[in-house]
Design a protein around this ligand. Structure first.
Ligand code: PRP
Length: 182
């Protein structure tokens, strides 16, 4: 069954169902921000790095709820669907200009799908000398064990094609305030 839930936002495109509605997302983001606030102490110089483009809404909502001084920066990394074990050849298409040296870095990701992006990116970021490096992912499909599991996960996600709240299909649907399946 296809759904025209909000004609204005969807135009002539259709979604299958809403998987996480706007209220559930808002509540969970607030909880995550609370846990993140608790996890960092006064000496932590928190640097929140958003992995674009998918994390842009989650990142914006999350940092507004974190009660700790922080700075933000962004990265764009290429994703390789069927990559090998190597962690050295992730392509960073746009890099953060802020130094990671001595910083408590929190990497914000919209979704962990195959896990390849994080498994490849994290060793590269650890090499930059942060005091700590943690990941907060809104969604996690848990399709396989990962070398670096995110410390914070918003929701375990069904193995469906998800869009909305930053996630796209051919660049569409990113602006939906909820997460839906196609
Ligand atoms: C998506 C998503 C994650 C990555 C997860 O990014 O935002 O970054 O794929 O997939 P993986 O766990 O299988 O590596 P994408 O490359 O589609 O770019 P986008 O953020 O611009 O949508």
């Amino acid at each position: 069954m296809t759904t025209h839930i909000e004609e204005g936002r969807l135009g002539d495109r259709t979604i299958e169902r809403i998987v996480f509605d706007e209220d559930s997302v808002r509540r969970r983001v607030r909880q995550l921000a609370g846990e993140i606030t608790e996890a960092y102490g006064p000496t932590d110089r928190l640097l929140v790095i958003g992995l674009l483009k998918g994390s842009f809404l989650f990142m914006a909502d999350l940092v507004r709820e974190i009660q700790h001084p922080l700075q933000v920066d962004f990265l764009i990394a290429s994703s390789y669907g069927d990559a090998t074990e190597s962690s050295g050849d992730v392509r960073i298409l746009y890099d953060a200009s802020t130094s990671f040296e001595g910083r408590s870095v929190l990497l914000v990701e919209d979704i962990v799908d195959s896990g390849v992006t994080l498994d490849r990116l994290i060793p590269r970021l650890l090499a930059r000398g942060p005091k700590s490096l943690e990941v907060c992912a809104l969604l996690h499909k848990r399709v396989r064990p990962m070398r670096y599991e995110p410390r914070w996960v918003g929701f375990d996600a069904p193995n469906e094609f998800l869009v909305g709240y930053g996630l796209d299909h051919a660049e569409d649907f990113r602006h939906l305030p909820y997460i839906a399946s196609l």
